[in-house]
Design a binder for this molecule. Structure first.
Ligand code: NIG
Ligand code: FE
Length: 387
């Protein structure tokens, strides 16, 4: 069954073969989808025949957003912590324990309902691929069940047993790391594609460089790909470890030394920026221009979680990236789509060239620029194409 999508005022393809324009923009375009895959994209005047047709009425179509960093398996909320921060309290990851307690106390059904609700909220806002981390269970059983639930909704599942040292291991962080790299990893690896660590020596709750290395090496030995929460609160060792160990992504990258930027520029690790976190923790934004100018591949993601940033909106992150980090609208959209795909080492999503998954997002606007130009306006949603 083939479907011709017409009436596309502007089609952003991110066609990786177009050197002239990373967004691969086509105006007055059309696209043919067959069995969930893009089979043709080009000028409307050249469109081939198809079994049926869908006219989007002069709107822009972009690749569905790839949100490569989200924490969606949890219970409770931390609105009071957010309110305190807005009055001057600092974020140091200490509030994660509150969510751990609520998550441990929640039933599978409660966690699944919350997860599915957040995914639907994301899809309504144009996100078609989502990575989901554990990290609020922090026991062997609770981490494994959070990942089992995540694996029911996405292949991009990440074991984050090393999120913080849980209260029952206070002052015994190395014992907790042994649990994470031993029985917890063994129980979680079957449900995970990735392993992640909150590497932050500046936080009393998170992990230092040696502990991070131990978790990443154990995860890699168990067959998992690597990702790191790196350099969020200070210029710690996270980014350099991520690059050295060949991680797919170093996430946050808020505090970078020139050595960190050089390492990213010389490696294969994507720098995933999460400007919703800086917004929601009232922190300085990462220096996206410095990374882009150094030739680093940059992704944008929400980090949707109940603590440091409870937004599910990639469009909001694009607007922040443009307004606060001086990314161009084109750079920000690329980072939120193709950049996210690179951070997940996926070549089937984040673009709309022939062969890509037919994950289309449609804007109630004629151009992708409106994503940043009209902040906070619900312009974008995933296009539901009956299969
Ligand atoms: O990416 N920094 C560590 N982890 C999350 C926040 C989790 C939370 O506060 O609940 C982050 O910001
Ligand atoms: Fe995170």
């Amino acid at each position: 069954m083939s479907r011709l999508v017409t009436g596309i005022a502007e089609l952003v393809t991110n066609d990786p073969t177009r050197d002239d324009d990373p967004l691969g923009v086509l105006t007055d375009a059309a696209l043919v989808v067959e069995d969930g895959t893009v089979v043709w994209a080009g000028p409307a005047a050249d469109a081939p025949e198809a079994d049926d047709q869908l006219d989007v009425g002069g709107r822009a179509v972009v690749p569905g957003f790839v949100d490569s960093h989200a924490h969606l398996v949890f219970a409770g909320d931390r609105a009071a912590e957010f309110e305190a921060r807005m009055s001057g309290a600092r974020y140091d990851g200490g509030g994660i324990g509150t969510t751990v307690a609520a998550t441990r106390a929640a039933s599978d059904a409660e966690l699944r309902d919350r997860l599915i609700g957040l995914l639907a909220e994301m899809r309504r806002q144009g996100t078609t691929t989502v990575e989901v981390k554990s990290g609020y269970g922090l026991t062997v059983e609770d981490e494994a069940r959070c990942l089992r639930l995540a694996a029911g909704v996405t292949p991009e599942t990440t074991f984050l047993g090393a999120h913080v040292v849980p209260a029952e291991y206070a002052d015994r962080a190395d014992e907790y790391v042994a649990l994470v790299t031993g029985p917890m990893l063994a129980a979680c690896a079957p449900h995970a594609r990735w392993v992640d660590v909150f590497c932050e020596p500046a936080s009393a709750h998170a992990f230092d460089g040696d502990q991070t290395r131990a978790v990443l090496e154990a995860g890699r030995a168990a067959g998992l790909g690597l990702r790191v929460h790196a350099n969020q609160l200070s210029a710690g060792p996270g980014v350099r470890l991520a690059v050295e160990l060949g991680a797919a992504s170093a996430d946050h990258c808020t505090h970078l030394t020139s050595g960190d930027v050089d390492a990213l520029a010389g490696g294969t690790t994507v720098a995933t920026l999460l400007p919703g976190v800086e917004f929601s923790t009232r922190s300085p934004y990462p220096d996206a221009r410095r990374l882009l100018d150094a030739g680093v591949t940059v992704a944008l993601a929400t980090d949707c979680n109940p603590g440091s940033c409870f937004t599910s909106s990639m469009a909001f992150c694009i607007a922040l990236a443009v307004r606060e980090m001086r990314m161009t609208p084109a750079e920000a959209l690329w980072a939120a789509t193709a950049g996210g795909a690179a951070a997940l080492r996926r070549s089937d999503v984040g673009h709309l060239a022939p062969g890509a998954r037919a994950d289309l997002a449609v804007l109630d606007a004629p151009s992708h620029r409106h994503l940043a130009y009209r902040p906070g306006v619900p312009l974008v949603s995933a296009l539901e194409l009956p299969r």
